[in-house]
Design a protein around this ligand. Structure first.
Ligand code: ADP
Ligand code: MG
Length: 451
């Protein structure tokens, strides 16, 4: 059977597409051109060296899997770099996966990713405490009182990076046997599989024979009773043997509704440390560090522009930088402040289209089953006021209107009322999971609204 090169690559792409988000796919896979297929060696062209490194560093596991599916065992991918960023041709071929690296990967089976280490984890006031605790644990796993160490915080704030750093640090330092990282979703799926295949004993023994167990995103355990029970026994076995346990969660353990009490109390035996959103200085420091890591120089003004415009989390900060680099390397453009503004503008357009306050009012009132003119009416009835506050909050978040204008849209209320609403909702969002869910749904509805 001989598949043409384009068809083979196309089939790989359709597999890869299913596993990553659309924006990453557009950024990193659409620009790749298939060049040649020789036996099972597929050669593709990438726009730049940076591009190659990024794809190889982040997606090689997906590519490997797709190649295996499409071309079978021993299939390889070679990259050819079309032009470097200055436009000079460089057709040197870069082997896809260095064999050593592949070997090492399978030998360790720690599920750790090398690039998550303390060295490139930027310290800021938002993560100082968590980082110090993580480092202490990494230096003497199982020997501090921080057992378990639980790191919690919102998405994209560095939890995975930090807890993986602990694993990588202990491995490099040596002196410790087995390290295993797993996210709780994988733990759950493997556990269920092991029940179905009568292999629970094997499953248990894998997790109970490590010296450092790192479990990411334990909020995924909520309402999964049997998995929780299994994890309870794993926890006890490790804890009693003086082994180190490190956990991460998107909220403080005490707020993990749907997790058994006996586990919750164990989660709090050691140390619980939070990571907050980074402040401006930390965002700047992170961008500087990332730029350096990617080997590019960015003017201070550019870094500051990104850091002041992207405030929510570090993953988005990184996403913006990568998008900028990809853009510049695709177009062989130098990164100027104008280019940056353009790229970021496109990013935020993608995220927020021009939604109006009226539209938000309509969607929010519809969601809560009230008439939308009540949002503009004088009534102070509690349920109405609550929905009104949510609509005000979303109006501030998703439109460019000033507080004053937003107040006018809500029956001529003044801007201090709007500020009060924003503060109430902000506070409530920290503690109220139902509201968080509502918000996720409302965002979706607004995003897909036809107007
Ligand atoms: P979480 O697990 O909390 O959702 P991640 O650990 O996946 O977040 O972090 C998202 C991205 O931001 C990762 O690429 C990570 O390397 C980066 N990152 C987070 N915090 C820092 C930091 N303090 N310094 C450098 N990079 C960071
Ligand atoms: Mg994570």
């Amino acid at each position: 059977m001989s598949l043409s090169c384009a068809v083979a690559w196309d089939q790989c792409l359709s597999r890869i597409k299913d596993s990553i988000n659309p924006q990453s796919f557009t950024t990193w896979f659409e620009p790749i051109t298939p060049l040649n297929l020789n036996n099972r060696n597929l050669t593709v062209e990438v726009p730049s060296q940076f591009f190659y490194e990024w794809v190889e560093g982040h997606y090689s596991h997906l590519i490997d899997r797709a190649l295996l599916d499409v071309l079978g065992e021993r299939a390889t991918l070679r990259y050819s770099v079309a032009l470097d960023s200055k436009g000079a041709p460089d057709l040197s071929e870069i082997p896809s996966i260095d064999e050593n690296k592949k070997q090492k990967r399978s030998e360790k089976k720690t599920n750790l990713i090398d690039r998550y280490c303390f060295n490139n984890f930027v310290e800021g006031s938002n993560n100082q405490f968590a980082r110090a605790a993580a480092l202490a644990v990494a230096e003497s796993p199982g020997k501090t009182t921080f057992n378990p160490l639980v790191i919690y915080g919102g998405v994209g704030l560095g939890k995975t990076h930090l807890i993986q750093s602990i694993g990588n640090f202990t491995l490099q330092k040596g002196g410790i046997g087995n390290v295993l990282y797993v996210d709780s979703e994988k733990f759950t799926i493997e556990f269920i599989n092991s029940i179905q295949t009568n292999k629970t004993t094997e499953f248990s023994s894998i997790y109970r024979n490590v010296d450092l167990l790192i479990v990411d995103d334990i909020q995924f355990f909520t309402n999964k009773e049997r998995t929780q029970e299994e994890f309870f026994h794993t926890f006890n076995a490790l804890y009693n043997a003086g082994k180190q346990i490190v956990l991460s969660s998107d909220r403080p353990p005490k707020d993990l509704v749907g997790v058994e009490e006996r586990l919750l109390s164990r989660f709090q035996w050691g140390l619980v440390a939070d990571i907050q959103a980074p402040d401006l200085e930390t965002r700047i420091a992170i961008l500087q560090q990332k730029a350096q890591q990617y080997g590019i120089h960015l003017e201070r003004a550019i870094i500051e522009f990104i850091a002041t415009n992207i405030t929510s989390n570090i993953r988005e900060l990184e996403g913006a930088l990568i998008r900028l680099l990809a853009h510049a390397s695709l177009k062989s453009q130098d990164i100027s402040l104008d280019v940056t503004k353009n790229v970021l503008r496109n990013l935020s357009h993608q995220k927020k289209k021009n939604v109006t306050v009226e539209e938000i009012q309509r969607i929010v009132s519809d969601h809560y089953g009230i008439a939308d003119d009540l949002l503009r009416a004088k009534t102070r009835k509690q349920e109405i006021a609550y929905v009104r506050q949510i609509a005000m909050y979303l109006s501030k978040e998703l439109t460019k209107n000033s507080l004053k204008t937003i107040g006018l849209h809500f029956g001529g209320r003044d801007h201090s009322t709007v500020i009060h609403a924003l503060q109430c909702v902000e506070k409530q969002l920290q503690v109220d999971n139902t509201l968080k869910k509502d918000f996720a749904e409302l965002h979706k509805k607004i995003e897909f609204s036809s107007n």
